[in-house]
Every structure is written in structure tokens, then in C-alpha cells.
Design a protein around this ligand. Structure first.
Ligand SMILES: O=P(O)(O)OC[C@H]1O[C@H](OP(=O)(O)OP(=O)(O)O)[C@H](O)[C@@H]1O
Ligand SMILES: O=c1cc[nH]c(=O)[nH]1
Ligand SMILES: [Mg+2]
Length: 212
């Protein structure tokens, strides 16, 4: 998996506050939203565009606009919803598909409880958003689902990633022939015995929306 860890002092600053156990939920939501916009700037470098000409008040100017079909943004519920607005702010013409997935905290296996996105994703660029890439089980299952619907260009945006999750993604998709990109704000040290990212930020969904 082609991985980019965004190295920028603003990203580092916002991520530090996000990690802080004393950061309340409203602040956490705002920072997640701000961070995804910064990550999206890098993640969309390869977004497809078509060339066109516009008239400035002075002369014709060559430019570009997003190509159709427009990108599809896929937040993985629940925590991925905290990254959706930041993404669509930068890509206002993007469509949005939803994947509801939850990790069974005993087995660490991902379970899918909701799918609401186009049947045919051939030719679509897809941006998956989920704050946490831990064991990688959730993201791998999400991307396999997208591949099964025809997607062949998938970029994942995660606030934090663990080395174990990246290694798992590489193992699952080795030789798949379909490139997968990851853009993250930080690559943390490891997972603990409960599958949580260390040092991480805790349970992203709970910090955004409350403990379930
Ligand atoms: O890489 P993995 O080991 O699969 O773990 C990562 C997943 O865990 C979290 O979601 P969670 O299952 O807590 O659901 P939630 O968003 O409803 O809180 C997170 O948002 C990822 O989707
Ligand atoms: O550290 C982790 C791992 C999985 N899910 C989270 O929300 N946090
Ligand atoms: Mg959770």
C-alpha cells in the first residue's frame, strides 16, 4: 500500500490536541474535521480532472475541473462520519456512499451492518474515510467490498495508523493489481493487547459521539 504520512506542523499540532484525553467531544469533532481537510489536500493529488477554458475579464484561460464520474467519498460508520464534512467541503461535487462496520472487540473481526452505495463503482475514484487503521481488518473488508463493486482506485484517509494494520493491508492485497493509497496524519508505534493503537487517541467513535 502506498502510504503517505503527512509531515506538517499544523497537522502535528492538531493531532496532539486530538490525542489528549482532556480534549472534549466538541473540540475533538472540530479537530477531526480540520485534520481531514489537511489530509484531503494530499490525498486528492491524483484526483481526475478534465481541461477546459474559461473567460477571465481579460482573456481566455486554460484550467481544469473535476472529471466525471465524480469521486465517491465513503465514510465508515460510525467514526468515519466525523471526517465526512471535511472531505466534502474540499470535494463539493463528490457523491457519498456509506459503509456501517464495527469491530467485534473480543475477536477484533470487522462486521458489516450497513451498506448504502452505488452498485457499480467501475471507473470511480473512491476516498474511504475512517480515523483509525488498527489491525486493518475493517479497512481491508471495506476495500474488498469496493473492489467487488468494481472500484479500482481507492485512497484511504485515516487520522492514525498502526504498523500492524499497514502490514495486514499489504498482505491481503498483495498482487491484487489494484493500487491502494493511504494518507494518514501519523504512524503510531504498535497495537496493545486489546487491539488499540498506542499511543493512539482511544476509541475514535466514542470520543466523537459518546460511549456505546
Ligand atoms: O483496524 P481495525 O482493528 O479493524 O479497527 C479500526 C476500526 O475500529 C473503529 O471503529 P469501531 O469498530 O470502534 O466502530 P465505531 O466507529 O462505531 O466506533 C475505527 O473507526 C475503525 O473502523
Ligand atoms: O485505537 C483504536 C483502535 C480501533 N478503534 C479505535 O477507535 N481506536
Ligand atoms: Mg469505536
Amino acid at each position: 500500500m502506498e502510504t503517505l504520512v503527512v509531515d506538517h506542523p499544523l497537522v502535528a499540532h492538531k493531532l496532539t490536541v486530538l490525542r489528549d484525553v482532556n480534549t472534549d467531544s466538541p473540540t475533538f469533532r472540530r479537530l477531526a474535521d480540520e485534520l481531514v481537510t489537511l489530509l484531503a489536500y494530499e490525498a486528492t493529488r491524483q484526483v481526475r480532472v478534465t481541461e477546459l477554458t474559461v473567460e477571465t475579464p481579460v482573456a481566455p484561460a486554460r484550467g481544469v475541473r473535476l472529471a466525471q464520474p465524480y469521486p465517491l467519498v465513503v465514510p465508515i460508520l460510525r467514526a468515519g462520519l466525523g471526517m465526512l464534512d471535511g472531505m466534502t467541503r474540499l470535494l463539493p461535487t463528490a457523491e457519498v456512499g456509506f459503509l456501517g462496520m464495527v469491530r467485534n472487540e473480543s475477536t477484533l473481526q470487522a462486521e458489516t451492518y450497513a451498506t448504502r452505495l452505488p452498485e457499480d463503482l467501475s471507473g470511480r475514484q473512491v476516498y474511504v474515510v475512517d480515523p483509525m487503521l488498527a489491525t486493518g481488518g475493517t479497512l481491508a473488508a471495506a476495500i474488498q467490498f469496493l473492489f467487488d463493486r468494481g472500484a479500482d482506485d481507492v485512497t484511504a484517509l485515516c487520522l492514525l495508523a498502526a504498523p500492524e494494520g499497514i502490514a495486514y493491508m499489504d498482505k491481503v492485497f498483495v498482487g491484487s493489481g489494484r493500487p491502494i493509497r493511504l494518507v494518514t496524519a501519523a504512524l503510531d508505534e504498535r497495537l496493545n493487547e486489546h487491539g488499540y493503537i498506542v499511543p493512539g487517541l482511544g476509541d475514535a467513535g466514542d470520543r466523537l459521539y459518546g460511549v456505546v
